[in-house]
Write a protein that binds this ligand. Sequence first.
Ligand code: PGA
Length: 248
Amino acid sequence: MSRKPFIAGNWKMNMTAESGKKLIDELKPLVKGAKCDVALCVPAILIPAMTKAVKGSEIKIGAENVHWAASGAYTGEISCEQLKEYGVKYAILGHSERRQYFGETDGGVNKRALAALANGITPIVCVGETLEERESGATEKVLSRQLTDGLKGVEDVTKVVIAYEPVWAIGTGKTATDEQAQETIAFIRKKIGELFCPKCAEKVIIQYGGSMNAKNCKGLMAQPDIDGGLIGGASLKTDFAAIVNYDK
Ligand code: PGA
């Protein structure tokens, strides 16, 4: 089963309209002709300027979150309609930083994912265990819960992207080994097969995220179940293009 690789950047709370446009202008020629899908998920306030900046390139713009309600009294949130106005194609959901610092739950991730899907926005649903959970042997249990509760009621799971991001590897420079990442992502695919159907699971794009960079991307991308990356720190530099071009 061939799945089209998907490399996405996550700018988090970084960049400005000026520095973002400068980086995108540098990236455009470097990612020309990429064989994979490419996106940059950027802070909401930068979405209008960055959607303009990527015009005429293979880079798509994504958001870093989206709310489930169509509109209303949800201070600080952003709706699917507001994203769609700018042609936003993706939204990261349930990133571990959202879960850790802003109290996001699997139930909330689920509501956000269902709303995104209903609006034609591809959710990038993040799952992953903490160091404590890995060391206590709870990785599979945690991932099973995040997948079961986060994807509840999803009709077509092939429209969802999953990002496996071990919390201990995010921003720490400690990448999961190729084997660790492959083994865990194979488990995620198996679990999706059980929750939905094995055939659908074969079609789901599953990214690895956590200190992925220009050096380690080749080994990770060579793993049979790893279909891409969700890139934090390295997406703030032209290194991002080297990851997009991992196959060259
Ligand atoms: P990192 O972040 O690449 O800086 O580790 C990844 C992420 O949080 O998505």
